[in-house]
Design a binder for this molecule. Sequence first.
Ligand SMILES: [Zn+2]
Length: 334
Amino acid sequence: MTDMDMLLQKISVSFDGKTPGPSLPALCRNLLAEQKASWPDLSLGYKALASVRVKELRCNGFSVRLHHNPGRIKSTTAPLDQKSIEKRPCFLCLENLPEPQRGILYREDFIVLCNPFPICPEHYTIAQIMHCPQSFEGMVSKFLIMAKDFSPDFNVFYNGPESGASAPDHLHFQATTRGILPIEEEIKNRARLVFLKCINAIPLFRAKELGREVIILEGEDCTAIAFALSSIVSAMKSVKSSPGEPRMNLLGSYERNKWRVVIFPRQKLRPSVYFLPGNERILISPGLVEMGGIIITPVEKDFDRVNQELIRTIYAEVSVDEETVQKISAALPS
Ligand SMILES: [Zn+2]
């Protein structure tokens, strides 16, 4: 089968942003309904979501929600070293998708797929059709356009290859229901925001009392916000000492003609509790969802034992500190 045949077989519909027709959120909903009917594993994944135990933890200034979601075990414990990745077939390449899986061709080079291990009632993976490593390089405008295309129902997000992406070998984004992450509400409180600087009339803020650092940018002009976002990623790169993409998670949304991007600059992928021996080990592997305030614990004993103090410790370990954000800000053009 040629690559084109494979693509045609996997595509149920396409969205190019030009041809009049249903919105992308409407196409996603249709896809999800169809796939629940035709793909038993997906249907099981969504059924399992109904029995996820949820617990709210107030952490002195911010809240998180713990989700005991056993379906996420593979993603939480995915081996991310080069050797293990090379040994397994890439689960985002078209030829390796489960037989019943179908997707939406998105703007020619991506495919929107239903995530079979959902964290919320609507969870999509937007995978590049070509197998290329996870990298944000050259993706700034695409990410912003994607946030707009998925609005108003969904946010889109990006996990860096060393910051929670379970397929660091294949470029992908994700989309989840807007409003599910506790941080979305918390950063609406303007009293929390601390102005850092303006880049091309795009204001940048950090936020207080979240237990982890964020850089928030908002604006109506796609070109200006793309420039600001690229500048921040470059500044993060110049501040950190190791080569490659800076560790980060990005959350993008579009509402009332305005983009909002929340950047979580990271210093570490997994917290030290992840590496404790035997029974002491706690399986939490933070990606964007965890940084946004939903902490997935695939193992029940972890769900029962994680408390406010541990959450504060984990955030302090995996996020950069305030001083680093000030350095990033100082490294930006003004
Ligand atoms: Zn691949």
